[in-house]
Design a protein around this ligand. Structure first.
Ligand SMILES: [Zn+2]
Ligand SMILES: [Zn+2]
Length: 145
């Protein structure tokens, strides 16, 4: 399948997909979806402290696209924190540069290049592995970037 031109590059899959507010009342929180590209923008600029220019280069998008992306992400995060909503990370027009593999037996976390295919835990040799890129519906599609 040909890759659309405007895919954004995400360094590696996020470790946590869902965040739920903890509170006294059990009112069902609203749900806010944040794209993998939006969370990557926050990671690069707000967490790692890159300029918008540097971060846009890392994601292989224009600076103006990056600015729009991070503004959208910040609005959503503000809504989540202020109003106690559930955050779900999913979607976004992205491919991963690297992958994260977690052993479900000994819980070791291994970071790999996206094209590396680990089938055995390096610590306990288990084959019971969680492939993070795979869990976001990625893997092979990311390797031809
Ligand atoms: Zn293991
Ligand atoms: Zn992909």
């Amino acid at each position: 399948m040909p890759r659309p031109k405007n895919n954004r590059i995400v360094f590696e899959p996020p470790l946590y997909k869902v965040f739920v507010p903890k509170g006294e009342d059990s009112v069902k929180p609203g749900k806010v979806k944040i794209g993998l590209d939006e969370i990557e923008a926050v990671r690069l600029a707000d967490y790692n402290g890159l300029t918008h220019e540097e971060a846009s280069v890392a994601m292989q998008i224009s600076r103006s696209t990056f600015t729009r992306l991070i503004e959208k992400a910040r609005k959503k995060i503000a809504d989540i924190v202020i109003n106690g909503k559930e955050l779900v990370i999913e979607g976004g027009n992205v491919h991963f540069k690297n992958n994260v593999i977690k052993c479900l037996d000994c819980h070791v976390v291994v970071k790999t290049k996206i094209e590396e295919c680990i089938t055995e835990c390096p610590t306990c040799h288990s084959h019971n592995l969680l492939n993070f890129a795979g869990s976001y519906g990625h893997g092979d599609c990311c390797t031809n970037i």
